[in-house]
Structure formats: C-alpha cells, structure tokens
Write a protein that binds this ligand. Structure first.
Ligand code: PLP
Length: 430
C-alpha cells in the first residue's frame, strides 16, 4: 500500500474496503491480549520441577536456608547469578522475587540516604537538590520500560527523554546532558534485548556508560537492568560487552548498579532477583535493607540453584523457552513485513519479550483505541515514554509471549487492519 502516491479515489476505495474488514472484526466479539510481557503457562511449566526439588534437604553448606538471616543471599545463588551479570560472586546480592523492588530500594537509598563511594559518603541526592534549589533528574532512553519511569515518577525524580538508537542510548546526547546539568543523577538502561525495542547495546555504548561518571560526577549512577541477559531466541543474537570489566578498567565501579532476576527464566511471581554493585555500594545497600527485612527467601534461592545449577544449565533451560518464543515472534514479524511496509517502522529483535512498532506520526493512540474496540488489547499508547506521553504519538509495544499462535495470527490481522485504516484515513484528511 503506497499511501504517499495514491490518488484520493484510490484512498477512498481502500478506506471503504478496510472499514468493512474492521467492522467485521468488531462484530466477531474477539478478546485477545498483546499487552504485558509475561511468560505463558507453557513457559512456566518448564520450571515445574522447582516444586519439591529440595526433597527435605534445606542445607546450603552450613546454612539452614529455612531460618532467618543472610541478607546478601546464599553463596551458591550469588555465584550462579554472578555468572548471569558477568560479575564476581562477592559483588552480587541475591534477594527476593523482584528486581524492580531492588531498583526502587536502590533509588530510594540514593535519594534520601546517599551511598558509599570511593569519594566518601554524601547525604543523598535530595539534599543536593535542596541545596541547589533544583530537582533530581534521570535520563530515560525512549522508548523505554514504563515501570522504570514509574519508579522515578513515584519518587519525584524528573525524567529527561534521550533517544534510544539501535546501538543503545544516544551517547552524544547523554554525555552532553550530564555535563550540562549536575542534578542528572541516573540513567535507565536495559542493555540486552531492551524493553521494548529489543536492541542490544554496542560495545562502544557499554564503554561510554562505564566512563559516564567521569563527566557526571561521583554521585551519578547507571541503573543497568539486564532483565533479558540470557533471553536470546535466535542463534545469531548479539552478545553484550561486560560493563563491569569496563568499569574496572576505568575505575568507575561505584557508578553502576546491575540488576536481573529469574522472573522470565523460571517463575515470574516466584523467581529470584539479584543485583551487582561495588563493595562500597553493596555495604551501604545491605545496611539500608537490614531495616526492612531480616533476610531473603533463601529456600527459593536454594531451589533455583539446584534446578538451574550453573550458567550452562541456564542456557539449556533458556533454549527451551526460545523454542516456544521464536515462532511467536516470527509470526508477528511476518505479519508486519507482509502488510505494513511503508506504513510504519518496527524492530526485529533476536531475544527478549517485545516488538516495538512506530506508526506514522500521530496515529498510535488511534490504533490502540481501534484495536481495543475490535477486541484486541494493546499496551496503552505512550506507555513507553515518561509520564505516558509520546510526543509524536507513534510507539506501540507488542508483547506476543502469552497468546497462542492462532491467537497471535488473529490479533495481528486486527492490528494491521487498524494501522492501515488509521493511516488511510489520515492520508485522506491530509
Ligand atoms: N525489568 C524489565 C526491563 C522488565 O521488562 C521487567 C518485566 O517486564 C522487569 C524488570 C520486572 O522484573 P522483576 O520481575 O524481577 O521485578
């Protein structure tokens, strides 16, 4: 469909045909969902062996995992998850079931209590902001993950969008921003299979993130959420350079927090979250967390260690996820390629949970509304931008992990019809 060279008569004819297809979908009473990125029940079933795996043996070395204590997690879990984050076991904290909780706690700690660093302690970002009469800000590569933005919105941290390219955040823009404004204290990153575009940060981007603290000052932190570290579904998926190795070379270890979890490896509601940070940051964080809990769920950590064993075990397990996910993503991408060339742009991820689609400017909210009226739920337009506001109203996140192939087929038929119809109607008005 070549909209830009079409005559008004041709556009009217397309409008009539697409309207009748759309009305037929509306009348057929569909209820399909391409919204949140959750594992399907089939994916969750891959980890059913967690149940009962301990067989009454709760010992992790000398530790009785059933009891209180051990805030940093059991040694076996720290070693296992260090391998996922490319960190040393002593740099890792194994926690409860949610990495978002760790991100929230870490941001709160730095905002109100400061954090240890090679340069000494400081009273926290909020005190810095009060002293200078400004507001603390984070850089938000867009499109990005709505719950990251939600943490900042909840804590009163202002979000400054920077473009996310196919190499990662636009580092020229990032470096210029942190040099211009000392109250920019953080940046959100999803470095491998980003949510929602699925891109993998280049080695140059990772190296520049590791150097950022030199421009941004001692209290700047990279929030490096490697939620999809091992979630490739394509054999030629790019690897990620090691941020911590770069930081070691640059002597900037204090400036990064790495996060991950098994939410999309084992059980989304009952996995293990973990993070890596410098010794100074981990000590302060551990002290802070000690006011909120006596210890994490070590029984669940031990179950995960027995089930996943080591990094090879994790990769073997993820290969089984990939078999379920690959056909779903291929189907989504085939539908886009066959129907929407020239009517939008999209990413072709090799891992992760999402496809990011950009409509022609000004159409995302319309497409999402039309799809909803035809029974297909999509993530709200704007959700991938701070405060839910996509200034060009273009981005839509497609999450195909939960529906069956037959459901995706139907949902994507509705989606492409909505995009075509909205685009034709816009062209007729313009
Ligand atoms: N980080 C990213 C980038 C995500 O996409 C998600 C879930 O969709 C999470 C974190 C949630 O992590 P958790 O379940 O460990 O809290």
């Amino acid at each position: 469909m070549q909209l830009d060279h079409a005559t008004t008569e041709q556009l009217r004819q397309w409008e009539a045909e697409l309207s009748s297809q759309y009305e037929a979908f509306r009348a057929s009473g569909l209820t399909l969902d391409l919204t949140r990125g959750k594992p399907s029940a089939e994916q969750l079933d891959l980890s059913n062996a967690l149940d009962g795996i301990l067989g009454g043996d709760y010992a992790a070395g000398e530790v009785d995992t059933r009891n209180y204590g051990g805030l940093e997690g059991i040694a076996e879990a720290r070693a296992l998850f260090a391998s996922v984050l490319d960190a040393q076991p002593e740099e890792v904290l194994a926690a409860g079931n949610s990495s978002l909780t760790l991100m929230h706690q870490t941001a709160l700690l730095d905002l109100h209590f400061g954090a240890g660093s090679a340069a000494g302690d400081w009273p926290g970002w909020a005190a810095e902001a009060r002293a200078s009469g400004g507001r603390i800000k984070f850089l938000a590569p867009v499109p990005g993950y709505d719950r990251h933005f939600g943490i900042c919105e909840h804590l009163g941290i202002e979000l400054l969008p920077v473009p996310l390219t196919d190499q990662g955040p636009d580092m020229d823009a990032v470096e210029a921003a942190v040099q211009a404004d000392p109250l920019i204290k953080g940046i959100w990153c999803v470095p491998r299979f980003s949510n929602p575009t699925g891109i993998v940060y280049s080695a140059d981007t990772v190296a520049r993130l590791a150097r950022l603290a030199r421009l941004a000052g001692d209290h700047f932190r990279v929030f490096y959420d490697n939620a999809y570290a091992v979630h490739a579904f394509s054999e030629d998926a790019p690897e990620l350079a090691s941020l911590l190795d770069c930081c070691r070379r640059e002597d900037t270890l204090d400036s990064v927090y790495l996060f991950g979890s098994t939410s999309k490896i084992t059980l989304a509601g009952a996995g293990v979250a973990f993070m890596a940070a410098s010794p100074a940051n981990l000590t302060r964080l551990r002290r802070h967390m000690g006011f909120a809990q006596i210890g994490p769920d070590k029984v669940n950590q031990l179950r995960h260690v027995r089930f996943l064993r080591d990094l090879d075990g994790i990769h073997a397990h993820m290969a089984r996820h990939a078999e379920l996910l690959r056909p779903r993503f291929e189907l989504v991408l085939d539908k886009l390629r066959q129907n929407l060339a020239g009517l939008g742009e999209w990413t072709e991820p090799k891992g992760g949970y999402f496809v990011s689609f950009d409509t022609r400017p000004g159409l995302a909210a319309t497409v999402v509304r039309m799809a909803a009226e035809a029974g297909v739920a999509l993530t709200p337009a704007g959700a991938t931008w701070p405060h839910g506001h996509d200034p060009e109203d273009r981005n839509i996140r497609i999450a195909p992990t939960v529906p069956t192939l037959a459901e995706i087929d139907q949902a994507m038929e509705v989606f492409v019809t909505c995009v075509k119809l909205a685009s034709v109607r816009q062209a007729l008005q313009g």
